[in-house]
Design a protein. Structure first.
Length: 81
């Protein structure tokens, strides 16, 4: 089955954007007014959708994978703040 962006929940994209900005599940959750568990579940859905880990844990927080870096560059990296 082919994936269509039209079937992707837009709230997941907001979560992805905030994770990229904050590099922290906890900080992204605070900005979204949800629990860190909810953000983790959203990240799991995004990982399955993109078939990529998207972020890996590092001592400084979440580090984006090459796919995430590429997506940020293609989007212009000007997410809403």
């Amino acid at each position: 089955m082919k994936k269509s962006i039209t079937t992707l929940d837009l709230n997941l994209l907001l979560c992805l954007q905030l994770l990229m900005q904050e590099r922290s599940v906890t900080k992204a959750a605070k900005r979204m007014n949800v629990t860190p568990s909810a953000v983790s579940k959203s990240l799991a859905k995004l990982r399955a959708w993109f078939d990529d880990p998207l972020f890996v844990n590092s001592p400084l927080g979440l580090s984006p994978t090459p796919l995430m870096v590429s997506m940020e560059q293609k989007s212009g990296g000007n997410g809403c703040k």
